[in-house]
Design a protein around this ligand. Structure first.
Ligand SMILES: C[S@@+](CC[C@H](N)C(=O)[O-])C[C@H]1O[C@@H](n2cnc3c(N)ncnc32)[C@H](O)[C@@H]1O
Length: 200
Protein backbone atom coordinates (compact mmCIF):
# COMPACT_ATOMS: atom_id res chain seq x y z
CA UNK A 1 0.00 0.00 0.00
CA UNK A 2 1.27 3.45 -0.84
CA UNK A 3 2.02 5.60 2.21
CA UNK A 4 0.13 8.90 2.44
CA UNK A 5 2.46 11.82 1.86
CA UNK A 6 1.97 14.85 4.09
CA UNK A 7 1.65 18.16 2.28
CA UNK A 8 4.96 19.99 2.06
CA UNK A 9 5.09 22.70 4.71
CA UNK A 10 7.68 24.94 6.29
CA UNK A 11 7.34 24.39 10.03
CA UNK A 12 9.64 26.09 12.51
CA UNK A 13 7.50 25.73 15.63
CA UNK A 14 7.10 21.95 15.93
CA UNK A 15 8.73 18.79 14.60
CA UNK A 16 12.42 18.36 13.87
CA UNK A 17 13.36 22.05 13.65
CA UNK A 18 11.84 22.86 17.05
CA UNK A 19 13.45 19.73 18.49
CA UNK A 20 16.85 20.83 17.23
CA UNK A 21 16.25 24.28 18.68
CA UNK A 22 15.78 22.77 22.15
CA UNK A 23 18.28 19.94 22.06
CA UNK A 24 20.81 20.84 19.33
CA UNK A 25 24.44 21.47 20.14
CA UNK A 26 24.45 25.27 19.80
CA UNK A 27 27.56 26.73 18.15
CA UNK A 28 29.28 23.34 18.41
CA UNK A 29 27.14 21.96 15.55
CA UNK A 30 28.97 21.34 12.27
CA UNK A 31 26.92 23.92 10.33
CA UNK A 32 27.60 26.65 12.89
CA UNK A 33 31.32 25.85 12.97
CA UNK A 34 31.52 25.77 9.18
CA UNK A 35 29.83 29.20 8.93
CA UNK A 36 32.30 30.71 11.42
CA UNK A 37 30.07 31.15 14.47
CA UNK A 38 32.24 31.09 17.56
CA UNK A 39 32.17 32.54 21.04
CA UNK A 40 32.13 36.30 20.45
CA UNK A 41 31.97 35.96 16.62
CA UNK A 42 28.63 36.12 14.82
CA UNK A 43 28.98 36.58 11.05
CA UNK A 44 26.28 38.08 8.85
CA UNK A 45 25.04 35.33 6.55
CA UNK A 46 23.37 34.91 3.17
CA UNK A 47 21.65 31.54 2.71
CA UNK A 48 21.74 31.35 -1.09
CA UNK A 49 19.59 28.19 -1.26
CA UNK A 50 16.90 28.75 1.36
CA UNK A 51 14.67 25.71 0.63
CA UNK A 52 12.71 24.79 3.77
CA UNK A 53 14.67 27.40 5.75
CA UNK A 54 15.95 24.94 8.32
CA UNK A 55 19.62 25.86 8.10
CA UNK A 56 18.76 29.57 8.17
CA UNK A 57 16.51 29.12 11.19
CA UNK A 58 19.24 27.29 13.07
CA UNK A 59 21.81 29.99 12.28
CA UNK A 60 19.37 32.77 13.23
CA UNK A 61 18.58 30.92 16.48
CA UNK A 62 22.30 31.16 17.29
CA UNK A 63 22.18 34.93 16.85
CA UNK A 64 23.17 35.45 13.19
CA UNK A 65 21.42 37.90 10.89
CA UNK A 66 20.47 35.76 7.89
CA UNK A 67 19.26 36.81 4.43
CA UNK A 68 17.46 33.89 2.77
CA UNK A 69 17.21 33.70 -1.01
CA UNK A 70 14.84 31.31 -2.78
CA UNK A 71 14.13 31.27 -6.51
CA UNK A 72 11.21 28.81 -6.60
CA UNK A 73 7.88 30.68 -6.38
CA UNK A 74 6.28 27.82 -4.51
CA UNK A 75 9.14 27.32 -2.03
CA UNK A 76 9.33 31.07 -1.46
CA UNK A 77 5.60 31.17 -0.68
CA UNK A 78 5.90 28.19 1.73
CA UNK A 79 8.82 29.89 3.47
CA UNK A 80 6.97 33.19 3.82
CA UNK A 81 4.00 31.35 5.36
CA UNK A 82 6.23 29.36 7.74
CA UNK A 83 8.02 32.52 8.87
CA UNK A 84 4.70 34.27 9.45
CA UNK A 85 3.38 31.39 11.55
CA UNK A 86 6.56 31.34 13.66
CA UNK A 87 6.36 35.09 14.15
CA UNK A 88 2.76 34.79 15.33
CA UNK A 89 3.85 32.12 17.81
CA UNK A 90 5.68 34.95 19.60
CA UNK A 91 8.42 34.67 22.23
CA UNK A 92 11.65 33.01 21.13
CA UNK A 93 10.24 32.24 17.67
CA UNK A 94 9.38 35.87 16.95
CA UNK A 95 12.85 36.90 18.07
CA UNK A 96 14.54 34.37 15.75
CA UNK A 97 12.36 35.33 12.78
CA UNK A 98 13.26 39.00 13.35
CA UNK A 99 16.83 38.08 12.34
CA UNK A 100 15.69 36.46 9.07
CA UNK A 101 15.05 38.39 5.84
CA UNK A 102 13.52 36.50 2.92
CA UNK A 103 14.22 37.51 -0.69
CA UNK A 104 12.82 36.02 -3.89
CA UNK A 105 15.08 35.54 -6.90
CA UNK A 106 18.17 33.79 -8.19
CA UNK A 107 21.11 34.12 -5.82
CA UNK A 108 23.48 34.38 -8.80
CA UNK A 109 21.77 37.69 -9.62
CA UNK A 110 21.15 38.96 -6.07
CA UNK A 111 24.43 38.15 -4.31
CA UNK A 112 26.53 40.80 -6.13
CA UNK A 113 24.33 43.54 -4.59
CA UNK A 114 24.47 42.13 -1.03
CA UNK A 115 27.14 42.50 1.60
CA UNK A 116 27.79 39.71 4.11
CA UNK A 117 30.54 37.80 5.88
CA UNK A 118 29.51 34.28 4.92
CA UNK A 119 27.41 32.59 2.23
CA UNK A 120 25.83 29.14 2.61
CA UNK A 121 25.08 27.04 -0.47
CA UNK A 122 23.09 23.80 -0.11
CA UNK A 123 22.09 22.77 -3.63
CA UNK A 124 19.53 20.08 -4.37
CA UNK A 125 21.63 17.06 -5.23
CA UNK A 126 20.80 14.38 -7.81
CA UNK A 127 18.89 11.27 -6.76
CA UNK A 128 21.10 8.71 -5.04
CA UNK A 129 20.70 4.96 -5.30
CA UNK A 130 19.83 4.61 -1.63
CA UNK A 131 17.11 7.21 -1.94
CA UNK A 132 15.55 6.09 1.37
CA UNK A 133 18.42 8.05 2.89
CA UNK A 134 16.95 11.26 1.53
CA UNK A 135 14.26 12.57 3.84
CA UNK A 136 10.68 12.62 2.57
CA UNK A 137 10.31 16.40 2.66
CA UNK A 138 13.56 16.98 0.79
CA UNK A 139 12.35 14.56 -1.87
CA UNK A 140 9.21 16.67 -2.15
CA UNK A 141 11.33 19.80 -2.58
CA UNK A 142 13.24 18.04 -5.35
CA UNK A 143 9.99 17.18 -7.10
CA UNK A 144 9.17 20.89 -7.03
CA UNK A 145 12.51 22.44 -7.96
CA UNK A 146 14.47 19.66 -9.71
CA UNK A 147 18.24 19.47 -9.22
CA UNK A 148 20.33 22.63 -9.02
CA UNK A 149 22.64 22.09 -11.98
CA UNK A 150 24.06 25.63 -11.81
CA UNK A 151 25.58 25.11 -8.34
CA UNK A 152 29.19 25.48 -9.58
CA UNK A 153 28.38 28.94 -11.01
CA UNK A 154 26.69 29.91 -7.75
CA UNK A 155 29.77 28.87 -5.73
CA UNK A 156 32.03 30.91 -8.03
CA UNK A 157 29.87 34.04 -7.73
CA UNK A 158 29.59 33.59 -3.95
CA UNK A 159 33.39 33.32 -3.61
CA UNK A 160 33.75 36.58 -5.56
CA UNK A 161 31.39 38.45 -3.21
CA UNK A 162 31.53 36.99 0.32
CA UNK A 163 33.74 38.94 2.69
CA UNK A 164 35.04 36.01 4.71
CA UNK A 165 33.87 32.57 3.61
CA UNK A 166 31.60 30.44 1.46
CA UNK A 167 30.31 27.08 2.67
CA UNK A 168 29.07 24.35 0.33
CA UNK A 169 26.89 21.71 2.01
CA UNK A 170 26.88 18.38 0.18
CA UNK A 171 26.24 14.69 0.99
CA UNK A 172 29.35 13.21 2.63
CA UNK A 173 29.62 10.36 0.16
CA UNK A 174 28.53 12.04 -3.07
CA UNK A 175 30.94 12.89 -5.89
CA UNK A 176 32.17 16.48 -5.77
CA UNK A 177 30.35 19.02 -7.96
CA UNK A 178 32.14 19.35 -11.31
CA UNK A 179 33.78 22.71 -11.84
CA UNK A 180 34.02 23.74 -8.18
CA UNK A 181 37.49 24.80 -7.03
CA UNK A 182 39.29 23.05 -4.16
CA UNK A 183 38.06 24.12 -0.73
CA UNK A 184 40.24 25.47 2.09
CA UNK A 185 39.03 22.88 4.60
CA UNK A 186 36.19 20.45 5.24
CA UNK A 187 33.98 19.60 8.17
CA UNK A 188 32.69 16.07 7.71
CA UNK A 189 29.71 14.54 9.48
CA UNK A 190 28.24 11.07 9.03
CA UNK A 191 25.90 12.04 6.19
CA UNK A 192 26.82 15.64 5.36
CA UNK A 193 30.05 17.45 4.67
CA UNK A 194 30.72 21.17 4.62
CA UNK A 195 33.35 22.42 2.16
CA UNK A 196 34.65 25.75 3.42
CA UNK A 197 36.20 28.31 1.05
CA UNK A 198 38.01 31.05 2.97
CA UNK A 199 38.16 34.35 1.06
CA UNK A 200 39.47 37.86 1.56
C1 LIG B 1 18.41 21.41 -0.86
S1 LIG B 1 17.34 22.78 -0.82
C2 LIG B 1 17.97 23.71 0.54
C3 LIG B 1 17.53 23.21 1.88
C4 LIG B 1 17.85 24.19 2.99
N1 LIG B 1 19.28 24.28 3.24
C5 LIG B 1 17.11 23.89 4.27
O1 LIG B 1 17.75 23.92 5.35
O2 LIG B 1 15.90 23.66 4.22
C6 LIG B 1 17.84 23.79 -2.19
C7 LIG B 1 16.93 25.01 -2.43
O3 LIG B 1 17.72 26.04 -3.00
C8 LIG B 1 17.00 26.67 -4.05
N2 LIG B 1 18.02 27.22 -4.97
C9 LIG B 1 18.96 26.52 -5.64
N3 LIG B 1 19.75 27.32 -6.38
C10 LIG B 1 19.29 28.58 -6.17
C11 LIG B 1 19.69 29.86 -6.65
N4 LIG B 1 20.70 30.00 -7.53
N5 LIG B 1 19.02 30.95 -6.22
C12 LIG B 1 17.99 30.81 -5.34
N6 LIG B 1 17.55 29.63 -4.85
C13 LIG B 1 18.20 28.52 -5.26
C14 LIG B 1 16.15 25.55 -4.63
O4 LIG B 1 15.01 26.10 -5.30
C15 LIG B 1 15.77 24.76 -3.38
O5 LIG B 1 14.58 25.22 -2.80
Amino acid sequence: MKQAVAELKVDFVSGSVAHRLRFGGGRGQDLAKAMGLRAGKTPTIVDATAGLGRDSFLLASLGAQVTLIERSEKMHALLAQGMQRAEQEGGQFREIISRMTLLKGDSKDLIPALSCDAILIDPMHPERKKSALVKQDLRQVRELVGTDDDAADLVRIAIEHAQKRVVLKWPAKADPIAGVQKCTHQIRGKTTRYDVFMVG
